[in-house]
Design a protein around this ligand. Structure first.
Ligand code: ADP
Length: 404
């Protein structure tokens, strides 16, 4: 395909379409400057809500948003009403976040009919996430027919994992014919944060080993060796690994059979409970970490146990990731909890002395934005590094277009 000339300063319209929400950002790939952000929620319901933010001002609209096509109509209306004018801003590409790229997509791709077909075939691997992503792509192709559209996968960064790290010890037939393996997620965040961490350390990325702890509603750790993912805590699905808002993280694989025998639980019920009713919610009835912290401060036992379980699981994964790397230069905390919970970071790092990490309690307690939270004597550094998946997606999109 003949390539159009790419203006590296052109912004990218980054789209993160879920089954009932659409997040977007118009962002410059070269500087990360955000020109507008927006969130359209409750798609498919009669009480939809849209927020469009420009220059720090929120513009909120409440109206029915029937489907993804209506959501994109609202998106273009928001830009027309509140700016920036999309014709003047002249985005160079639309960058779509896609959760699961399977083993097929090891890097960012330009979207065409064949890519869309493959994405539809991958839906069984991420039935909760990929259909919304695909719906967003389909409508975006109609809404912006003249713009190149690019898919950036949460899984792609982890395609560098060695077989020993991505292979489950399960029957050969499952692995060979059903693609059962560890894929890992949050790759865009792990890529961005590990690169920023190397920059903050003043070391070349190729010679920097980092464990990234992405702790949001979803949470995963990643062992990054010289800029390449070599191990990660999430697996075939985003359920495995760390304790999350409503997902349990690591479990005994014997649990479904046991529950089916003793309580007649069906597979769909089990699936629902593990996706929506477990994690912090299962432990303390609340999936929001701020509420857990507040209740813990008030002496609530369930919230205290929930906090301790989260920390225990993080310590396990941090320790094993460090050993997988062999040499550790830094640990980076990111996403809603990682960036904001000084208590959680302290609780984890106070148990990481064995790794050579010495916490700077004051720096940790007052950290805002990118901050070193280990002492200057600490053999291994620790940082808070706010993630920026939209900028990473924009960079990926423009890099692909510049080289195609
Ligand atoms: P998502 O995975 O949905 O993008 P986020 O990265 O936004 O999630 O993280 C959401 C989590 O971050 C929630 O559990 C929320 O309570 C937590 N969080 C946000 N701000 C704070 C804060 N100031 N202190 C502790 N936790 C916070």
């Amino acid at each position: 395909m003949p390539s159009d000339p790419v203006d590296p300063a052109a912004p990218v319209l980054v789209i993160n379409a879920g089954s009932s929400s659409l997040k977007y950002q118009l962002v410059r790939a070269d500087t990360g400057q955000s020109l507008a952000t927006g969130l359209i929620e409750r798609i498919g319901l009669d009480d939809g809500r849209a927020r469009h933010t420009v220059d720090g001002t929120d513009h909120v609209t409440e109206q029915e948003v029937r489907d993804h096509a209506a959501a994109f109509d609202l998106l273009t209306a928001q830009f027309a009403d509140h700016g920036p004018d999309l014709r003047e801003a002249a985005p160079g590409a639309v960058g779509h976040r896609v959760v699961h790229g399977g083993a097929k997509f090891a890097s960012t791709v330009r979207i065409d009919d064949e890519v869309l077909q493959t994405l539809r075939r991958l839906v069984p691997l991420a039935p909760l996430h990929n259909p919304g992503n695909i719906a967003g792509i389909e409508v975006a192709l109609e809404t912006f027919p003249d713009l190149p559209q690019v898919a950036v996968f949460d899984t792609a960064f982890h395609q560098t994992m060695p077989a020993a790290a991505f292979t489950y010890a399960v029957p050969l037939a499952w692995r060979q014919t059903l693609n059962i393996r560890r894929y890992g997620f949050h790759g865009t965040s792990h890529a961005y944060v590990s690169r920023r961490t190397a920059e903050l350390l003043g070391r070349p990325l190729e010679d920097t080993n980092v464990v990234v702890l992405h702790l949001g509603n979803g949470a995963s750790s990643c062992a990054v060796e010289g800029g390449r993912s070599v191990d990660t805590s999430m697996g075939l699905t985003p359920l495995e690994g760390l304790v999350m808002g409503t997902r349990p993280g690591d479990l005994d694989p014997g649990l479904p059979a046991h529950l089916s025998r003793v309580s007649g639980l069906t597979l769909p019920e089990f699936d629902h409970a593990l996706n929506k009713e477990s994690g912090l919610k299962g432990l303390a009835g609340d999936s929001d970490f701020r509420a857990i912290e507040q209740r813990r401060a008030d002496g609530d036992e369930e919230a205290t146990l929930a906090f301790d379980v989260v920390v225990q699981q993080l310590v396990r994964h941090l320790g094993s990731s460090a050993l997988v790397l062999g040499r550790l230069d830094a640990v980076a905390f990111t996403a809603g909890i990682g960036e904001n919970s000084a208590e959680l970071r302290a609780a984890v790092l106070q148990r990481a002395g064995l790794l050579g990490i010495e916490l700077d309690a004051d720096a940790n307690a007052t950290a805002r934005g990118e901050t070193r939270i280990s002492t200057t004597d600490s053999a291994v550094a620790a940082f808070v590094v706010p993630t920026n998946e939209e900028w990473e997606i924009a960079r990926e999109a423009m890099q692909l277009l510049a080289h195609s």
